[in-house]
Design a protein. Structure first.
Length: 466
């Protein structure tokens, strides 16, 4: 009989100490099965599921879901043994006769909660990393991609034992039930609002959390930028997945001297990628559900009442595809500037004074990324030094996530903790310190009674050591 979320948690909690003792070879063998499955029959099955959920082409699924998931599996295969080896640390002089190490040990029973926008990658990346670290994993994928979530459940069942990795399908109810359990770590990817719910629930048990959240990532195109090329790159990044990407450029500030060039680049890219009307293109992605579609449509319509639309077919809709909406200088009090957009709407603002732009950026919560298009090193430094964000990307958008060696994450309202590479792996482990005394201990020399000669030694240590 199917287990409830609580029963599954109990199974994992009881099994976690055994899972922690599994060998690196055992874990890598399981991950190898996952790699083979993703390269083999499951690639097609998952693509079919995503096509049903999102209308996404199999090529795009291969490129943006399967490819990065495999890249992470390769990274784990190449590095796991090294990451798990005890790391020797230096010994200070007064502790001569000792050796110290750190060791990455598994946290225990872990929970991964995933969103709908990249449902395969954002589920299997943390799942594989946590499993590699020696944890049990319960994955709760999104209810908004039901076909993909069901396929993920079947895939996991085929490869893993239920007591080591399991999938709980469902929505808020199942998620809430899981969040009430005493997990040892929660890795959450999703909205800032739900991130707060997760952290509150975790605080009851003092469970550690990694929160990969959202926000309004600004792009700045300065007076020195190659603005036509910037327009093309920003349009690519914004309208891939119809803007449903956590690190999509949310809005853009373009220096007033470059607005025309930037606009030409945006329009050229849209025509090149999706033809005269994106809603007719098989490669343009749907919005995930009707409520989301209506939200973005309303935002776009409101922005167009005060701003100047740049795109033809602005906001037209077909089969849950919403034509790209690029709008110049809408009212900054509009909904599109109060909330994360997460859809195919791009507000563009012309500016003359970069410090005014920075003031505005800093008036909002810290974003995941600040994108800069510029040829001026001085400007790039100035923008970096005067903003806070999870990342900066210069003269390109989105591609920073493709470097799995680069830690990825937010700050403040855009998240806490990191994913990707060693930093991401470490989130799923406890760095345990190990201290070995093999020579005579220092306290032999320096314990009470504190005689005059001992006082002298302390004086000498303070005087010459530091
Ligand atoms: P969401 O926060 O609505 O949902 C994420 C997950 O949380 C889902 O599995 C959902 O079932 C669960 N959930 C929803 N409401 C809940 C509640 N009240 N209690 C407990 N669990 C709940 O996010 P979404 O709409 O699926 O995804 C879009 C958001 O995710 C955007 O804000 C985007 O920026 C963010 N995101 C961030 C990253 C990142 O890596 N930083 C990546 C992708 C998406």
């Amino acid at each position: 009989m199917k287990k409830s979320p609580t029963e599954l948690f109990e199974l994992h909690r009881d099994h976690a100490p055994e899972q922690a003792k599994t060998s690196v070879d055992y874990r890598l063998k399981k991950l190898e099965l996952l790699r083979k499955a993703l390269k083999g029959p499951w690639r097609e099955e998952l693509a079919r599921a995503l096509e049903k959920d999102f209308g996404k082409s199999a090529v795009e699924v291969g490129l943006t879901e399967i490819f990065p998931t495999l890249d992470n599996l390769k990274m784990l295969r190449d590095n796991l043994k090294g990451w798990l080896k005890p790391q020797r640390v230096k010994t200070p002089l007064p502790l001569i006769g000792t050796t110290s190490y750190t060791r990455a040990e598994p946290k225990g029973a872990t929970l991964v909660i995933a969103p709908w926008n990249y449902p395969i990658f954002l589920s299997l990346h943390p799942l594989s990393t946590s499993f590699a670290a020696g944890n049990t994993v319960i994955l709760k994928p999104s209810e908004h991609t039901p076909h993909t979530s069901a396929a993920l459940a079947r895939l996991v069942e085929e490869i893993f034992d239920e007591k080591e990795v399991a999938v709980v399908q469902g929505g808020v109810e199942e998620s809430t039930e899981l969040l009430s359990q005493k997990f040892n770590h929660i890795f959450f990817t999703g909205s800032t609002a739900v991130g707060k719910i997760v952290m509150k629930a975790a605080s009851v048990h003092l469970t550690s959390v990694t929160l990969e959240l959202g926000g309004k990532s600004p792009t700045i195109v300065d007076h020195s930028a190659k603005a036509f090329e910037a327009g093309m790159r920003v349009a690519w990044a914004k309208f891939t997945n119809s803007g449903q990407i956590c690190i999509a450029p949310d809005h853009v500030y373009v220096h007033e001297s470059k607005v025309g060039e930037f606009k030409a680049g945006v329009l050229k890219a849209l025509e090149k990628y999706y033809g005269p009307n994106a809603t007719q293109s098989n490669d343009y992605v749907q919005l995930v559900h009707d409520r989301h579609l209506e939200r973005i449509k309303a935002m776009g319509a409101e922005a167009a009442t005060t701003g100047t639309p740049w795109t033809s077919h602005y906001g037209e809709e077909k089969d849950r595809k919403l034509a790209p909406m690029v709008v110049l200088n809408p009212d900054k009090e509009s909904a599109c500037m109060r909330e994360e957009i997460f859809g195919p709407l791009l507000p563009v603002f012309s500016y003359s004074d970069i410090d005014e732009v920075l003031k505005e950026v800093n008036g909002r919560e810290h974003p995941l990324v600040v994108y800069i298009y510029s040829k001026s090193q001085k400007n790039i430094r100035h923008i970096q030094n005067n903003t806070r964000a999870g990342a900066t990307a210069v003269n390109m958008s989105l591609l920073q996530i493709a470097n799995n060696n680069l830690p990825f994450g937010g700050i403040g309202h855009s998240g806490m903790g990191k994913t990707n590479g060693k930093a991401g792996f470490m989130e799923f482990t406890n760095t345990r310190s190990e201290f070995y005394q093999w020579g005579p201990p220092v306290n032999k020399l320096l314990s009470a009674p504190f005689t005059a000669s001992k006082a002298k030694i302390v004086d000498l240590l303070i005087k010459y050591l530091y």
